[in-house]
Design a protein around this ligand. Structure first.
Ligand SMILES: [Zn+2]
Length: 337
């Protein structure tokens, strides 16, 4: 038991010990560095803000590569920069900034989108709902039905306030968009593609395929991967692994690793679980990544890494489109937690 007058010094000493004695590694999770007209998933950081964030990182902590996870370091405040999905702006926008500040990064790529004229389903749905729906619609969602049995109902619904997904009014386009993203998340790639095609048919428009929302090509991947920036695996089709059989998980994980190794002609030893929440991967998933020459697997729930942290469920901090000051405030809070 600690008496009241002693509590404050103990707290100060604990904070000092955390800051100065334990090696603690913060892993940052980014997706895109670009300017978007619309970003309902809040995936993009502007190039200006990313540049400010990297300046802060250089000043505030020791940026290290994910391949140096368990190396001995002199500093106790280490930070790793990671990107999920493999959008082509990781090469065109993020790479020059990372190189200017000499900050290592790992980009986890969904290999089934490389060299394909194909958007991720959340991007395709965004275009379908916000660009092609002239009259607001309500969709009756039933995951047990084939997409061909879905009914697109042209009812009037509430105002299109879609900027923030968390507080969009029920039945607004943003709300319907979010429902659809949730619906398609555990599905196979084939069923998702069928859904997008059918929805586009019912809305009488093309399946979206914007150059701004494409994953890198093979050639771009080869330009991205160098001594500073490493490419890692993120499944073939960006599937929610826990929703699929062990065989399908193995196919998605090892297939992605094989695809990327063929493109880059080197071993791929870094992995990140699509979505990364505790429910989106399971023991089977972790067992497959452990047995597959991967040295770590990134999750996507908050936390800070210490030497005892399981390297196959590494917590990461999502970074939003913050300016340098806001980013620094978050870094300080995360390290002090
Ligand atoms: Zn992802």
């Amino acid at each position: 038991m600690i008496t009241a007058p002693l509590r404050q010094p103990v707290r100060v000493a604990t904070r000092w010990w955390k800051r100065h004695m334990r090696v603690r590694t913060l892993v940052l999770c980014y997706h895109r560095v670009t300017l978007l007209n619309r970003d309902p998933q809040l995936l993009a950081v502007s190039p200006k803000n990313f540049d400010e964030q990297m300046q802060v990182l250089r000043k505030f902590a020791q940026p290290i590569s994910t391949s140096a996870f368990d190396d001995k370091h002199n500093t106790n405040q280490q930070v790793m920069v990671t990107f999920d999905d493999g959008y082509n702006d990781n090469l065109t926008e993020a790479k020059p900034i990372l190189e200017r500040h000499n900050i290592p990064a790992t980009v986890y790529v969904a290999s089934g989108f490389v060299d394909q004229s194909l958007e991720f389903y959340w991007d395709a749905l965004e275009t379908l709902f916000f660009d092609h729906v002239k009259t607001p619609i309500a969709l009756r969602l039933n995951s047990n039905q084939s997409p061909h049995e879905w009914h697109v109902d042209p009812q009037l619904i509430t105002s299109p306030n879609w900027s923030a997904l968390d507080d969009c009014p029920q039945n607004s386009p943003a709300w319907v968009y979010r429902e659809w993203c949730e619906l398609l998340r555990p599905w196979s790639a084939a069923k998702r593609n069928e859904a997008i095609t059918e929805l586009a048919r019912q809305l009488k428009c093309d399946v979206p395929c914007r150059s701004t929302h494409r994953v890198t090509t093979s050639e771009q991947l080869q330009m991205l991967d160098n001594d500073l920036i490493h490419v890692g695996a993120h499944t073939i089709n960006h599937v929610e692994l826990a929703a699929h059989s062990s065989n399908e998980q193995r196919h998605q994980i090892l297939g992605c690793q094989r695809d990327l190794e063929q493109i880059l002609n080197r071993p791929i030893t870094a992995f990140s679980y699509p979505y990364g929440s505790r429910s989106s991967f399971n023991d089977q998933t972790m067992s497959i990544t452990r047995q597959s020459q991967f040295k770590h697997a990134m999750a996507n729930f908050p936390g800070i890494n210490e030497s005892a942290t399981d390297r196959y469920r590494v917590p990461r901090m999502l970074v939003r489109n913050w300016d340098g000051d806001t980013f620094e405030r978050h870094l300080r809070e995360w390290f002090d937690a």
